[in-house]
Ligand binder design. Structure first.
Ligand SMILES: [Zn+2]
Length: 347
C-alpha cells in the first residue's frame, strides 16, 4: 500500500539524523579525549585508536620545520598542510609542550589532524629557537646537485657542519645526491628545475618550473620544501627582458610566492664563485670570509665546473669556526634574508 514507501522514507530520514547525531557525538568525544590526553598524559595519539565504520581514512598531514628568535611567537598553523579525502573540515592541534622559547635549541613539535569522522593523523617536525645575537653562518650552495656534490658533502661531514642546497635538475644523473644531502642533515631547498631565465616570462612559467623541482626534491628526500632561491636572486634584472614595460614585475612574483606559503632567500655574503669557472681559491676565500653581522648567509655554487669552490670550502669553514660561528641551515619560511631589506628574524 501507500504507507510502505512513506515509512521507508521516514526511516531513511530518521537514520540520517541518527548518523548525524552519532557523528557530532563522536566529534565531541574526540575533542574531549584529545584535550584530556594532551593535558593529562601528553599522549594524544590515543585518539588515533578511535574507530568509525563510515570513514577510517585519516587526513594527510605534512608539517614543516620552524625557526624563531628567542622569546618570539611561532606561527605553528602556518607550518602545517593537510588534505582529507572525504571530509572538508579538519581540526588541527599542535603539541608544542617540549618547546622552550626562552632558550636557544631545537625542539620537537607534533601536529594532529582530525577529520569529522574522528580519524587522526600526526606529523612530526621541529622548531629551532635562535638567539638573534648568536653567531651563525648559513653556507648555501646553488645550482646542484652536480658531480661535485659528494665532495662537498664529505667536506661538510668531515667538519661536522651542515649547509643548505638550492637545487636544480641541470645534472639529472646527480639528482640522487639529494638523498644523501638530506640524510646528512643538510636542507634541500628549491632553486629552479631548468635554471632557464624564461621562467621569468610569466607567473605560470615560474610556478610550473618550481613545481617540477619540488617534485624532484620530494622524490629524493621525501619532503617538499617551502624555501626558494630565485635564479639571480630577488634583486635580479634578467626578468626585465620579458617584461620591458614593467620594471616591478619581480615584485608581483615575490608577492605571489609568499602568498602561496613559500619564502625566498637571498644572501648577505658572496663567495664570487659565479664570476667564472676557475676563480682562484684565494679569491674565493677572501670574498667569503667576512663577519660584519652575527648572522651571515654565504652564496656558493655546486656546479660541475666549480671545482675551486670545493677546494676553497675547508678554508672557509675553518675561518668561520675560528671566529666562533655556528653553522646553521635554512629550514623555515621564518628565515628572512632579502636583498634590500634589513632584519633576519621576525618576532
Ligand atoms: Zn643559480
Amino acid at each position: 500500500m501507500n504507507s510502505q514507501p512513506e515509512e521507508g522514507k521516514m526511516n531513511t530520514r530518521k537514520s540520517r539524523i541518527g548518523i548525524a547525531l552519532a557523528l557530532i557525538a563522536a566529534m565531541l568525544a574526540a575533542t574531549a579525549i584529545y584535550v584530556h590526553a594532551k593535558q593529562a598524559q601528553g599522549n594524544p595519539a590515543s585518539v588515533a585508536e578511535k574507530e568509525n565504520a563510515a570513514d577510517t581514512i585519516a587526513p594527510a598531514v605534512e608539517a614543516f620545520p620552524m625557526q624563531v628568535a628567542t622569546n618570539g611567537r611561532p606561527d605553528y598553523m602556518n607550518n602545517v598542510e593537510y588534505t582529507d579525502s572525504t571530509h572538508s573540515r579538519v581540526k588541527i592541534a599542535v603539541d608544542s609542550s617540549a618547546v622552550d622559547l626562552s632558550k636557544a635549541g631545537e625542539y620537537p613539535v607534533v601536529f594532529y589532524a582530525e577529520n569529522e569522522a574522528g580519524n587522526v593523523a600526526q606529523a612530526k617536525t621541529s622548531i629551532e629557537v635562535i638567539d638573534p645575537k648568536e653567531k651563525i653562518i648559513y653556507l648555501t650552495f646553488d645550482d646542484g646537485p652536480s658531480p661535485n656534490t659528494p665532495h662537498i658533502l664529505k667536506i661538510l661531514r668531515d667538519n661536522g657542519v651542515k649547509a643548505t642546497f638550492f637545487v636544480t635538475a641541470q645534472w639529472p644523473k646527480s639528482l640522487p645526491y639529494m638523498t644523501q644531502a638530506a640524510r646528512d642533515g643538510n636542507v634541500v631547498a628549491a632553486h629552479s628545475y631548468s635554471h632557464n631565465f624564461k621562467i621569468y616570462s610569466s607567473l605560470d612559467a615560474y610556478f610550473a618550473d618550481l613545481e617540477r623541482i619540488e617534485q624532484e626534491i620530494e622524490k629524493y628526500t621525501g619532503q617538499r620544501t617551502r624555501i626558494v632561491r630565485f635564479p639571480g636572486g630577488s634583486s635580479n634584472h634578467v626578468y626585465r627582458r620579458y617584461h620591458p614595460g614593467n620594471r616591478q614585475w619581480i615584485d608581483t612574483l615575490k608577492a605571489a610566492l609568499l602568498k602561496r606559503g613559500y619564502q625566498y632567500v637571498d644572501w648577505s655574503l658572496d663567495s664570487k664563485d659565479a664570476d667564472g669557472n676557475h676563480v682562484p681559491v684565494t679569491t674565493l676565500v677572501s670574498s667569503a670570509c667576512h663577519t660584519y653581522h652575527p648572522q651571515m648567509c654565504l652564496l656558493m655554487h655546486d656546479a660541475a665546473a666549480k671545482k675551486t669552490t670545493v677546494e676553497a670550502l675547508p678554508a672557509i669553514i675553518k675561518y668561520f669556526k675560528a671566529q666562533g660561528y655556528k653553522f646553521g641551515t635554512i629550514k623555515s619560511t621564518d628565515y628572512v634574508c632579502h636583498h634590500g631589506e634589513h632584519g633576519m628574524w621576525p618576532n
